[in-house]
Design a protein around this ligand. Structure first.
Ligand code: GAP
Length: 504
């Protein structure tokens, strides 16, 4: 983590420069939903495209897929999401906060805890005893809490012309005559025929298309199917900008291997994925691999590691907390076997050379594009003291993105707004755009201020058109990190920038 980044600064910069905005802000905002502004959308797109290039286009053993978000409800029965994808939900009886029991602050069972009535700073001082569950309300620290109840995280909606609300209204009399258990049963009967769910992960799309891809793409284990797309979870606790939201994008890959080779491939992907973040510029000291304890493993996993980033989140112990960026799991043959059981379709693989038939094991690197974007933003953030041309000390805020993921690669400035310089600068922008280098034209304010604006946007290169350009067709390139300037010929600019962006 940059020692200078705080979430307050990241949130403020995100809004000021157009990385991330609160969703529906003019209506007061929607809880934990965010929109990516002009710079944010480029950053996230670059991360997803780099992931796709590294995971699909630069390999011979991985193919891509783009599944629909709504899938057959039986997919979620087979995967276990309908029965078990839930979090323990608790209500605070004092301040009415609703929170996840497994994320609540711990307190010693039997100890006395002080809190304020209603959770208000001027509320009456009260004392309560922590019960055997050993945690308190995350907002007011009150230990007087409701019982835990399981809350399914999937968003349910209905497909087709039948409105389940109308059906419920039609059955109102019958429902009123039933006891609560019977009423729930009747309601679920009414909802069931049209119920569909927004996918909570992209992974299941790869499992249910396993046979389609085997039959159509001439792949054979070991091979992978990759997908980037939105997933939805009705998260109880959302926090820290885009870290945990109800709508988010995943970058997942399911790698199908012969049983017995799974442990080797698990180690391979775990290490390769950690390297990916480091190669894209995240400081190694802000990353760690955390191997799950056996007791932590999901029911389908034989092994799992999280790649964690040290985010500048505020905690009780100060700034900084490890948070999961990506999980790498050995999912065994669980998913293919479950989908075989529920669909009745054989999802085994037959090797016609060795005459062997087996259900492949799956190694899954599952990353989040929003969490990755937040981590890259936090890690790139830097402040330094510089001396202005007038000899004054000032703070330079700079996002030191790797050029590959920087939202804008080059900004082009005419030194002055006359003598034909704007025309030359516009022409350079067009040439760069044609070459696929996302560029930005800026002629407003002093050049020094334009540099500062681009530093805050994380733009690695600034090109200035000046009077010498008009004489000998040369421009200056200023490097964001060193602030050094170099004069080169306009003709060589595209190839020079491509070289620098690719880090050749
Ligand atoms: N198929 C396995 C799977 O979905 P996961 O650990 O639940 O595993 C994978 O999710 C990644 O998706 C996480 O490491 C995280 O980056 C991202 N993710 C999960 N829930 C999220 C949420 N509520 N908000 C933002 N990102 C989330």
């Amino acid at each position: 983590m940059s020692t200078k980044a705080t979430m307050e600064k990241i949130v403020s910069l995100s809004k000021r420069r157009g990385f991330i905005f609160q969703s529906s802000e003019i209506y007061g905002g929607l809880k934990a939903s965010y929109d990516y502004g002009p710079l944010g959308v480029e950053l996230k797109k670059n991360i997803k495209e780099t992931w796709w290039r590294d995971m699909v286009h630069s390999r011979e053993d991985i193919v891509g897929l783009d599944c629909s978000i709504l899938m057959h409800s039986d997919v979620w029965k087979a995967s276990g999401h309908l029965a078990g994808f839930s979090d323990p939900l608790v209500d605070c009886k004092n301040c009415k906060e609703r929170f996840r029991a497994d994320k609540a602050p711990l307190a010693e069972a039997g100890s006395e805890i002080k809190y304020r009535e209603g959770g208000k700073s001027d509320g009456k001082k009260l004392t309560g005893t922590v019960d055997e569950r050993g945690y308190v309300c995350p907002v007011c620290a009150c230990p007087d809490l409701s019982a835990e109840r399981q809350f399914n995280l999937m968003f349910r909606t209905s497909l087709g012309p039948v409105d389940p609300l109308q059906e419920i209204a039609n059955a109102a009399e019958e429902l009123a005559a039933l006891d609560p258990k019977g009423r729930m049963q009747k309601l679920s009967e009414i909802m069931k025929p049209s119920a569909v769910y927004l996918r909570p992960e992209t992974a299941q799309g790869m499992f249910v298309n396993f046979k389609n891809i085997l039959d159509s793409s001439r792949v054979k284990p070991p091979f992978g199917i990759a997908q980037v797309g939105k997933s939805y979870r009705n998260e109880i606790t959302t926090s820290n900008l885009t870290f945990r939201t109800c709508e988010f994008e995943q970058m997942e890959m399911e790698f199908f291997v012969k049983p017995g080779s799974d442990e080797e491939w698990y180690t391979y992907w775990r290490d390769a994925r950690l390297e990916w973040y480091i190669n894209l510029g995240i400081k190694p000291e802000n990353l760690r691999l955390r191997e799950h304890e056996v007791s932590e493993l999901a029911h389908y996993a034989k092994a799992c590691s999280d790649i964690e980033y040290f985010f500048p989140f505020e905690t009780q112990n100060g700034v900084g907390e490890w948070g999961e960026l990506e999980g790498i799991a050995n999912r065994t043959d669980y998913d293919l076997k479950k989908h075989t059981e529920y669909s009745g379709k054989d999802l085994s693989y037959f090797n016609s050379e060795t005459k062997e038939r087996y259900v492949p094991y799956v190694i899954e690197p599952a990353a989040g594009a929003d969490r990755a974007a937040l981590a890259f933003l936090c890690d790139a953030y830097d402040e330094e003291t510089v001396v202005s041309p007038k000899g004054k000390e000032e703070t330079r805020t700079v996002l030191r993105f790797d050029p590959k993921i920087a939202p804008i690669k080059a900004a082009v400035f005419p030194l002055v707004k006359r003598d034909g310089m704007p025309e030359v600068a516009h022409k350079i922008v067009q040439d760069l755009q044609k070459a696929g280098i996302n560029s930005f034209y800026d002629q407003s304010g002093a050049v020094g201020r334009r540099y500062r604006r681009m530093d805050e946007a994380g733009t690695p290169f600034c090109i200035t058109v000046d009077s010498e350009t008009l004489e000998n067709e040369t421009i200056t390139i200023r490097d964001r990190d060193t602030m050094a300037q170099e004069r080169i010929s306009v003709n060589g600019l595209v190839s020079e920038l491509i070289k620098r962006i690719r880090d050749e």
